[in-house]
Design a protein around this ligand. Structure first.
Ligand SMILES: Nc1nc2c(c(=O)[nH]1)N[C@H]1C(S)=C(S)[C@@H](COP(=O)(O)O)O[C@H]1N2
Ligand SMILES: [Mo]
Length: 443
């Protein structure tokens, strides 16, 4: 092994100054020193792929500029859709302070809004993995370049890279773990992914500010001279793949991931979503035969909890009222075609829900005109999604239901029998199953 490296050092003698001034430490000129330095990743001659170069990096950088921006923005939207500014039950990051500056009242239309934004967020993130890995690979010589900092400016730049690279890897790893395994985190996934996103974004903005003009110049101009290309190896190996071939490989990797991921958002393609383990329970066929997040059994809901003794309690200024399922079925029934769209990125086509409008229940509770928000509780005893708060605009929407039936059949136990919430454009988390109590009022 040592022989091979020696050989290489002789064939491509390293000349300091030829490649961005990262000379051997101490300026050693003896053959002995050169040999040692060539073996270290801090030497530009150590990195020999002829594919590396500023053009390769600039192209990938531009793809990531667009792609990661889209993933970041849809991520912020996803967080807003949880209504964390509404009530403590919805808020997984009570210490977010200024970082929550952008939160807004999540709308109820178009009814597929969250299905779209979260599908883009998750599938987009998955598809960008090969591009991200290729981009990191393309600049890896710089990670080892010596001296670690040439100036204060350079030191600051490298610090921003730490935020950027650390942040982006952290976000991808936590995101992928969450959609694959769920709940492998110490505490909640949300604060990790939310705060991590802002750390990443700070580094991202700094990096784009520093590199964008150069990337544009590189992409506009022709192939740069080797001396001007600090990412090109000063001692390139014989090519085994062209640069175009390398792009094709990255693109093919992304397409493969896309092909095995988009199915999570479309019923007809569900079986192609090989990378989606969301098949906790086989939903079976028939009216209730669509994706199930958690089964009743998995959150320890027994038939006794939802049987004869079950009541829906409605609370408001008019008092406290309890209804059996039969009484609810005797009220005016309304229908709405709405999907389930989970934070994990999967969603269903529109299902045909039928039940009592939330605004009618609000009227019963004492809000006949402008209904306020509602605090929803299920019979589930533990778990973070057993309760949720909904906004006034969500209660007001005539499509927001306490559903009793789906696709013309009684709700199955796993889809929330005896009654569940369904709200247009809301994330799955807010569509509480096995509901037993609705408290209307300012939250
Ligand atoms: N009580 C209760 N309701 C719940 C949940 C839960 O864990 N407990 N999970 C939510 C989540 S995360 C989703 S995506 C939807 C899924 O609904 P489905 O299983 O009917 O498709 O239910 C929501 N309602
Ligand atoms: Mo979900």
């Amino acid at each position: 092994m040592g022989d091979r490296h020696d050989d290489r050092a002789f064939r491509f003698p390293f000349r300091s100054g030829a490649a961005g001034g990262a000379g051997p430490p101490g300026g050693g000129r003896s053959t002995e020193r050169l040999r040692t330095s060539e073996r270290l990743p801090s030497s530009p001659g150590f990195w020999r792929s002829p594919v590396r170069g500023v053009r390769f990096t600039a192209v990938l950088g531009m793809v990531l500029l667009v792609g990661l921006t889209a993933v970041f923005v849809t991520g912020l939207l996803s967080y807003a859709a949880y209504n964390p500014d509404l009530a403590a039950v919805n808020d997984k990051t009570p210490d977010k302070g200024l970082l929550g500056f952008y939160l807004f009242a999540w709308p109820t239309g178009p009814h597929w809004l969250y299905r779209l934004t979260q599908g883009l967020h998750v599938t987009g993130g998955i598809v960008l993995v090969p591009v991200l890995l290729a981009k990191l690979w393309s600049v890896i010589p710089k990670l080892f370049a010596l001296p670690p900092a040439r100036s204060v400016g350079h030191a600051l730049e490298r610090l921003s890279l730490l935020l950027l690279v650390g942040g982006v890897l952290f976000e991808f790893i936590t995101g992928l773990l969450n959609i694959q395994l769920e709940y492998v985190f110490p505490g909640s996934f949300y604060p990790l992914h939310f705060y991590g996103a802002w750390v990443f974004f700070a580094g991202f903005v700094a990096h784009v500010g520093l590199k964008f003009p150069r990337a544009v110049r590189v992409l506009r101009g022709g192939e740069p001279l080797r001396q001007e290309d600090e990412l090109a190896s000063p001692a390139p190996d014989t090519p085994t793949i062209s640069r175009r071939g390398a792009f094709a490989m990255v693109g093919a990797g992304s397409l493969l991931l896309l092909a095995t991921s988009v199915g999570r958002s479309f019923d007809a393609l569900r079986s192609t979503a090989l990378l989606t383990p969301r098949g906790v329970a086989d939903p079976g066929t028939g009216p209730n035969g669509f994706q199930i997040n958690k089964t009743a059994a998995s959150v320890r809901i027994t038939p006794a909890d939802t049987g004869e003794r079950w009541r829906l309690t409605v609370v408001g200024p008019a008092g406290k009222f309890a209804f059996t399922r039969e009484q609810l079925l005797a009220m005016a029934q309304f229908s709405a075609a709405l999907p389930i769209a989970c934070v994990e990125g999967w969603s269903t086509a529109d299902q045909w829900w039928r039940g009592v409008r939330l605004r009618d229940l609000a009227a019963l509770a004492g809000y006949p005109d402008r209904p306020p928000g509602v605090f929803v509780e299920s019979v589930q005893r533990s778990g973070s999604f057993r309760r949720a708060a909904l906004r006034d605009n969500q209660v007001r929407d005539p499509r927001s239901l306490l559903a009793l039936e789906v696709n013309g059949e009684t709700l199955s136990p796993d889809h929330g029998y005896p009654a569940r919430i369904i709200v247009p454009a809301a994330p799955g988390v807010l569509n509480t199953k096995w509901v037993t109590r609705l408290t209307f009022g300012e939250l």
